[in-house]
Design a protein around this ligand. Structure first.
Ligand code: SF4
Ligand code: SF4
Length: 365
């Protein structure tokens, strides 16, 4: 069976919030054209036709991101889903969407539930920090709106998980964050390191290797305690990392030190290999003019895939080399510096418990 995922930016870099650390605002600043507006129907249909053209046995994921994808309007998504339903034969199609939650009301939540969207909601933990880090365009905090969006998704039975950006500020409070997830019954969470801009080594929000290590030592201890008491809280890093101690291949891109190119589709139909690299020099082609085979054979993709990862002197005698390989080439700036590795420091602390838990999970399968 052929499997393919598209990461679609229907509203390009448009967004109705002004998060202090926004990475896509930085990426778009590095392009000649910063934002391309809403995807038109011609591009939408070209993309869907390319995807469905992969074959009747294909499994296709359309994942929407931004900027903020809901800025494209609910009617855009209704037309997208209707065209897929109209054109599809026996292909399996999944939908996912990452949102800041700002616009999610009953109508959106009902739509997501009806069409089985997996919705990722961005929430940077407890109220005071979230409000400070993620204000709206008028500078007002958005915690109340996002928690309301979560309530709507629950009310309508839509599947959702939480995406939290692990900033330097949040990383100082692993206990407070863990208790917040417990109190609010947020059982599926993904934490992604806050990264400095493409031109910077560090800034006030970005996660340092020291903070990554100290945060995860405590956060994992709390997670493991909960696990001992019979609760499995899904944390994407642990979901992938722990089974690796029992030889299971991870799902998450970059966890074995190699890139799995994604088809990131900008609102113009332009395609790039990775959400971190939606940059002019990595343009693979356009869904309106290029077949999927042509996009996959593009020289820009070859360049992207063969770029070396940054060196780290701690790798030479690292016992975790086999489950790391310097990880994702963009995210690893939060993992290690050339002379010290925060990921290794964390793993040295957590590995004995992870090995035990990996064995316990393997017995359950
Ligand atoms: S840069 Fe990271 S996220 Fe992007 S394709 Fe490579 S490993 Fe995956
Ligand atoms: S954990 Fe750190 S030191 Fe070990 S292989 Fe990965 S990057 Fe290198």
């Amino acid at each position: 069976m052929k499997r393919i995922s598209f990461l679609i930016k229907p509203a390009s870099a448009l967004c109705n919030m002004r998060c202090r650390y926004c990475f896509y605002a930085d990426v778009s600043e590095h392009r000649e054209v910063k934002t391309h507006g809403i995807m038109n129907d011609e591009t939408m249909r070209a993309l869907i036709d390319r995807a469905l053209g992969l074959g009747e046995d294909a499994e296709i994921t359309f994942a929407f991101q931004g900027g903020e994808p809901t800025c494209a309007g609910l009617d855009y998504f209704e037309r997208f889903v209707a065209y897929v339903q109209d054109r599809r034969a026996r292909q399996t199609v999944h939908f996912a969407l990452q949102t800041n939650g700002y616009l999610v009301d009953d109508a959106w939540a009902a739509f997501f539930a009806e069409h089985d969207f997996l919705v990722g909601v961005s929430l940077d933990g407890y109220r005071d920090l979230h409000d400070w880090l993620r204000p709206d365009a008028e500078g007002k905090g958005t915690y109340r709106r996002v928690m309301n969006a979560i309530r709507k998704l629950r009310d309508h039975g839509a599947a959702f998980n939480i995406l939290t950006v692990l900033t330097a500020q949040l990383a100082k409070h692993p206990q407070k964050l863990y208790k917040f997830y417990q109190r609010e019954h947020l059982d599926y969470v993904q934490l992604i390191p806050c990264l400095p801009g493409l031109d910077d080594a560090e800034d006030e929000f970005s996660l340092t290797p020291e903070l990554l290590s100290s945060f995860y030592k405590t956060f994992f201890r709390l997670w493991a305690e909960e696990f001992q008491h019979g609760t499995y809280r899904s944390v994407t890093l642990f979901d992938n990392l722990i089974p690796m101690f029992a030889g299971v291949h991870p799902q998450q891109c970059g966890m074995l030190g190699s890139c799995s190119p994604q088809f990131v589709v900008e609102s113009t139909g332009d395609v790039y290999p990775c959400d971190f690299y939606v940059l002019d020099q990595y343009l693979l082609g356009n869904v309106k003019t290029n077949s999927l085979e042509e996009l996959a054979a593009s020289p820009a993709l070859k360049t992207f895939l063969t770029e070396p990862r940054r060196p780290c002197s701690a790798c030479s005698d690292c016992p975790f080399e086999g489950i790391c390989h310097r990880n994702c080439k963009r995210l690893n700036i939060a993992y290690y510096r050339s002379d010290w590795c925060g990921y290794r420091d964390f793993l040295e602390d957590a590995a004995p418990a992870m090995e035990r838990i990996a064995r316990a999970l393997a017995r359950r399968r």
